[in-house]
Design a protein around this ligand. Sequence first.
Ligand code: AMP
Ligand code: MG
Length: 496
Amino acid sequence: MDKAADTAGFAFENRYARLPERFYTRLDPTPVEKPGLVRVNAALAHDLGLDPAALASPDGIAILAGNRVPEGAAPLAQAYAGHQFGGWVPQLGDGRAILLGEVTDRAGRPRDIQLKGAGRTPYSRMGDGRAWIGPVIREYVVSEAMHALGVPTTRALAAVTTGEPVYREGAFPGAVLTRVAASHVRVGTFQYFAARGDTEALQTLTDFVIARHYPALAEAGTPALALLGAVTERQARLIARWMGVGFIHGVMNTDNMTLSGETIDYGPCAFMDAYHPDKVFSSIDQFGRYAYRNQPQIAVWNLAQLATCLLPLIDADQDKAIETATETINRFGDHYMDAWRDVFRAKLGLAEAREDDAELAQNLLSRMAEGRADFTLTFRRLSELGDDPEADDPVRALFADPALFDGWAARWRQRLAMEQSAPDARRAAMRAANPAFIPRNHRVEQAIEAAVAGDYAPFETLVEVLSAPFEEQPAHAAYQDPPAPGEEVRQTFCGT
Ligand code: AMP
Ligand code: MG
């Protein structure tokens, strides 16, 4: 493979590639038959100091498809392990992804550039190392939507097709997603070395993660413990943000939880339409392990796995290490509830904090569950309400039994009366906290179906609409709508 002169402007630094050899396997992406551009994320390219036009040129597309390795890249597949649905898998690793290297964005932050669907690696196990256009479209749409919603996430820099079929339930067009992440270090990366008793590697990895994501902790008395605390806090805040937009990740395995606190690995993920806390979409989640309401507990379970890995770095006395690590992850609950209250206070238009706010929010959610109210529309339309209950119909109509809303609305208005903020300012703040647009499953499915047939227009429109989720966008009002009967997507598939 030729090492292309780098037209797109990647200035690689490759810190991960300087870690010891046992952290990864060096290898180039496997070239594909006929690279074709689906989309370059011009705004993100700009943030990364890249030239979007060059990325969309034949040379750029060749890089995005894995047919050319840009100058300065040090391609590798990362090693990791993980618990999948609670079952231990000692070796996972990048089975279909290649890290090209790291660049520094315009804000001075290091960012990984990874090709997902780039061919087989030593970690592919039975897999083909490829992705089809469906999951690539889904990850592009949902990760970019999450970013626009203000939720920490990996990003999508580009999607290309390969010109090769990928065989799943049938033959589908192959594709590659270029993913951008603060880093790809996962809880499972720590587990990989812990399972091998490789304390030296755990120390190296801890130092790497602290330098990369939590530089202030380098000075802490026990950096590994400080790291555990910081990751616990970030994950608590992340999950609270998921809950606030009705997001269900679907595969919260330990290999899909980052140390950076970004959402990663969009597989069978979905946003809820009608609210129910037990909602699960993933076809492989038979017992609802990763249901909406379970997400905080699962995060704690995953953090406990991280804590176990870090014990040898926390204290030579194992009992003491277990005690302090346990105390640290037990703080998740407080961090989570603080973040959750902040998220839902904003959603209810409450600028001031009062004792009963969480209960007020929870009470609305219970009524929404009972009334099968649409999660996103309920909060969005709530943002428009004023003092007069006579004008509540747009929200009432979302409940199977509108009286469910009336009982709560009276309480909400009493609570609003205690606020200092003017009604207009309150409404504007609520509109900025309650999106009009989310990636509705039926819209994502429509975009995928069209893309399989070679039509990317629905995908393009969806990406555009979701880039401004808090704006009204009258021309795209239909994208606010829940699925019509018959359009509803009840299950999503891992799509690997
Ligand atoms: P995921 O559930 O998508 O996070 O993937 C779990 C593991 O399976 C990771 O190690 C992936 O790299 C691997 N994997 C998933 N799909 C494929 C594929 N098509 N080919 C090779 N490995 C895969
Ligand atoms: Mg994964």
